[in-house]
Ligand binder design. Sequence first.
Ligand SMILES: [Zn+2]
Length: 425
Amino acid sequence: MLVIANANILNEAGELQLADLWIENGQINKIVPAGSEPAGTAEVCDVQGKFVSAGFIDMHVHLREPGFEHKETIATGTRSAAKGGFTTIACMPNTRPVLGTPETIRSIYDKAETEGIVKVLPYASITVNELGRELTDFAALKEAGAIGFTDDGVGVQNAQVMKDAMSLAKELDMPVIAHCEDDSLVKGRAVTEGEFARKHGLKGIPNESEAIHVGRDILLAEATGVHYHVCHVSTEQSIRLIRQAKQLGIRVTAEVCPHHLLLSDEDIPGMDSNWKMNPPLRSPRDVAACIEGLEDGTIDILVTDHAPHSEEEKAKGMELAPFGIVGLETAFPLLYTRFVATGKWTLSFLIRRMTTDPANVFGLAAGRLEPGAPADITVIDLEAEQEVNPEEFLSKGRNTPFTGWKLKGWPVMTLVDGRIVWSKS
Ligand SMILES: [Zn+2]
């Protein structure tokens, strides 16, 4: 028996309230007013009024293993997650080999069990080797534990292939998760069409490259009835289409990343590849649309799209370096500092979008602080201010545009199934 004592938790009204969380057999056993029941022989962990939340859920993470262990591994990626307050992460299948067979899916679960410290849920690829041609064996992949199908990293270019995927996924009651990008509009480009591209004489990635797929896929989702989830939404046009689809009752959900809520292309300081990700940073108008979309529920959840790369790879410069930034260890402090500490959002809104909402969208038994729930818990110091220092990341990736940002809301302890898996030393 373990008691997390003097925890500041959100009650149903969204107010903070001091409580003791009793944990037994990996589950939350009861939540009582702080100090109301003697601990007796239970082990006590006094968090002294720090904020305590259900562990965060990140439905979009690149763990890079197998095949790209120089960028990240299940061991380092899950430690990075724990340090960021995440207790459940879903990993993307664009590894080598691609997660497109039952064996590869099972190997992720096995590795996560032995080498990981948070819960890892693998997606399987839609098509064999993410080449966009032949569907993988959805039934066998579901049986092996895949939680959904996605070719994240690339868009599925062929509409018939996507429609077949959705029909099959619908039959199996599985979601299709789409990286929306029309190849013909983006080839060889590094940043969004707009201010920064103009200034530097670069050909940009237009907003339509994303929204064309969103629109096409919404129509296919309507035709097939599948649960369709849009990855890392970044444009006003996509949000408009998703909002309309939801109004029509089409089964679509969507996610957005912190960087698309905090940065626009006008913030990019120069030809620095730590500001290069896919989708790219868009215009201030798109940023405003993303914020509004998350606030009004058009966008359902927050994800990081944690995408570590080695320093050598990122040193190739804006045009040649691979897309992606790390996100697990800065997501909550960024969002808390920018949106909650400034009074724009309530704390309970932000927490919901990182816990119960992703759990509801994907049907996970996680994301709730309540008796009977798994004791996946994150403890956060909302007051202490600290600078982002990539040298301190537990991820192998150091590729972030947020170096030096002064932020509040840093996690200090993370528990998974009632065990402390990480704590600030
Ligand atoms: Zn993607």
